[in-house]
Design a protein around this ligand. Sequence first.
Ligand SMILES: [Zn+2]
Length: 122
Amino acid sequence: MKKRKIRCYLAYCDAGGIFNNEVVYTASEGYRIELATCIKCGAILVLDRENPQTAEQSLESLVDGAMCPVCGCDLSESIRLYPETFRGKGGHLGSFTPPKIIPPDSESHVIEVWEIIPSSPR
Ligand SMILES: [Zn+2]
């Protein structure tokens, strides 16, 4: 996997009774990307759904056989859609629903996350 820059917004929410867990979410700016996370370590990954190779496949099947680039675990077991599921402080899992109203561009940040690149069709 390689890293890719994405534009996102920051939010804070609670998980497992602990407040101020930082989460990020993206605005769909006419192109489709999906975020995912490894619930073992909290790594954020991005999936480009514009790529015809990824469009039809489930998240789990796309990472079949892949290891988390951060903690090395089996991603097909630890991957979840993000930030619908996220790993907060102390390993507590939380859930965040991005707001319908996207903040202005001036509040966005650019971060680097790991991109899930589909292996060639078998
Ligand atoms: Zn991991």
